[in-house]
Design a protein around this ligand. Structure first.
Ligand SMILES: *[C@@H]1O[C@H](CO)[C@@H](O)[C@H](O)[C@H]1NC(C)=O
Ligand SMILES: *[C@@H]1O[C@H](CO)[C@@H](O)[C@H](O)[C@H]1NC(C)=O
Ligand SMILES: *[C@@H]1O[C@H](CO)[C@@H](O)[C@H](O)[C@H]1NC(C)=O
Ligand SMILES: *[C@@H]1O[C@H](CO)[C@@H](O)[C@H](O)[C@H]1NC(C)=O
Ligand SMILES: *[C@@H]1O[C@H](CO)[C@@H](O)[C@H](O)[C@H]1NC(C)=O
Ligand SMILES: *[C@@H]1O[C@H](CO)[C@@H](O)[C@H](O)[C@H]1NC(C)=O
Ligand SMILES: CC(=O)N[C@H]1CO[C@H](CO)[C@@H](O)[C@@H]1O
Length: 401
């Protein structure tokens, strides 16, 4: 014991000193009798900020949120993750305290399926809400009555909403409409960052889905199944970053590119990330290449963009920034189209001809007796005539001699 204390008092190993120098004190205090010793409370560093009063209940196995009614009033950062809370009840934080200093609520990874309209109250100063990795249903159509359009309405100062992999897999189809409804009714007038990665979103049936988030700056849609930018971004006056990494985008129409160009045209910086999409090495990609050369939109990691001929296999593909040689002949796609059509017509005609011949052969074969009966006299006549002509010709020949 003495030896150890002596050693640690004289030569602190670097891994021990470094966190202290950086101010990264791990929260280690007890939270009080209501918490059963499962959570940690106290001051510490949360990401970029020092001296935060943190309540940390990570992987604590709670199956309800009743403990959250007893968090200390000075709490600034609440981390309540890795529990099993299928349903958030009304007034998760109770009704006793204002929690005026609370600015981060992290309720990721809790198997949450339903958040009620009145679950969150007294969260007026929360700026960052994380609900990543849950199974939330917000559907208005599946009959389960999980649709609460005012679900975030108490977060009047919310600036970041993290919904990465947050939704139940089955909600993909009407997610856009339901999200729009929530954004309209929750009045998230200060929201600047929205994370919707990994939600299997195939498209947004409602193009105005984000238009009621007037301050939105960063829209994260990576790792979804989007095929194009089918939502309105011109309504987002403050948009500066659009993340579309690893979606299913195969190309951009001229109209889409014009919309992107309208940002720098209005002196607004726009950064987009398109890595890991399934671009096709066709005429469109020549346009995209030309656009990448000239646009004022900042495309992150341009040189990492790849296009594929046919289905992409692994991470291969040709770098789009190397496609200088691709000549896009005018009307090429149209000609290719009609050529394929022509080929298809030829094949179909061939098959039909074969079938027709087969049918004729069958009919002839089945009626062969009748045909033979009818044809025999004719054939006889012909062969007789042939014989006569031959004889005649022979006669003529003999006469010529
Ligand atoms: C919360 O606790 C978990 C595990 O106990 C730890 O990994 C994490 O770093 C803590 N978070 C903060 C901000 O202290
Ligand atoms: C909530 O969970 C705690 C244990 O974590 C349990 O003691 C308590 O009875 C539960 N409350 C309700 C309302 O289920
Ligand atoms: C919740 O957890 C407590 C103990 O942690 C247990 O006694 C109780 O049965 C659990 N309730 C449910 C509904 O799982
Ligand atoms: C809650 O906030 C209101 C004003 O916003 C204040 O009047 C009231 O005293 C606060 N209550 C507590 C318990 O802090
Ligand atoms: C939305 O919030 C703004 C201020 O943040 C407020 O003026 C407006 O009345 C609110 N609208 C609704 C429908 O709650
Ligand atoms: C996008 O929204 C704005 C404002 O709501 C509207 O003026 C514009 O016509 C919309 N654009 C498209 C392509 O729908
Ligand atoms: C559909 C299409 O792109 N048509 C174009 C084909 O090419 C001629 C000139 O080469 C254009 O005038 C057409 O507009």
């Amino acid at each position: 014991m003495v030896l150890v204390r002596m050693r640690s008092a004289t030569v602190y190993p670097m891994w021990y000193v470094l966190p202290l120098l950086l101010g990264m004190t791990l929260v280690s205090g007890d939270c009080g009798p209501k918490f059963g010793g499962k959570c940690l409370c106290g001051e510490g560093q949360y990401q970029e900020r020092n001296e935060q009063y943190i309540v940390n209940c990570t992987n604590t196995g709670f199956n309800n949120t009743s403990v959250l009614q007893h968090i200390p009033p000075q709490t600034q950062v609440l981390i309540f993750t890795g529990n099993n809370i299928p349903e958030l009840p009304w007034n998760v934080f109770g009704t006793l305290n204002n929690y005026s200093r609370l600015w981060v609520v992290d309720m990721s990874n809790n198997k949450i399926r339903e958040i009620r309209g009145k679950s969150y109250h007294r969260v007026g100063n929360v700026q960052r809400l994380l609900l990543n990795h849950n199974d939330i249903s917000i559907s208005s159509t599946d009959g389960s009555n999980h649709h609460h359009p005012r679900v975030f309405s108490s977060f009047v100062n919310l600036m970041e909403l993290h919904l990465t992999d947050a939704f139940a897999d089955s909600t993909a189809d009407d997610l856009a409409a339901d999200l729009h409804d929530i954004f309209v009714n929750s009045n998230l007038t200060k929201l600047a960052k929205l994370h919707l990665e990994q939600n299997e979103i195939t498209g947004f049936s409602d193009p105005q889905v984000f238009c009621d988030l007037p301050m939105l700056m960063d829209l994260h849609l990576g790792d979804n199944l989007l095929r194009r930018v089918d939502f309105n971004i011109t309504c987002l006056r403050h948009l500066r970053f659009l993340d579309l990494e690893r979606n299913r985008i195969s190309g951009f129409s001229t109209g889409d590119l014009d919309i992107l160009d309208s940002f720098p045209a209005q002196n607004r910086n726009l950064v987009i990330d398109l890595r890991g999409n399934h671009f096709l090495c066709d005429c469109n990609i020549a346009n995209l290449y030309a656009w990448l050369q000239s646009t004022q939109v900042q495309v992150r990691n341009k040189e990492m963009l790849r296009c594929h001929r046919g289905l992409p296999e692994g991470n291969g593909g040709e770098p789009i920034m190397d496609l200088r040689q691709i000549q896009c002949a005018p009307n090429r796609t149209a000609t290719e189209g009609s050529e394929t059509q022509h080929k298809a017509t030829t094949v179909v005609l061939g098959i039909l001809t074969v079938i027709l011949l087969g049918l004729i052969a069958t009919v002839v074969y089945m009626n062969r007796m009748a045909i033979k009966y009818r044809l025999t006299p004719v054939l006889d006549t012909i062969s007789r005539k042939v014989q006569y002509t031959t004889i005649g010709k022979q006669d003529e020949a003999e006469m010529d001699i």
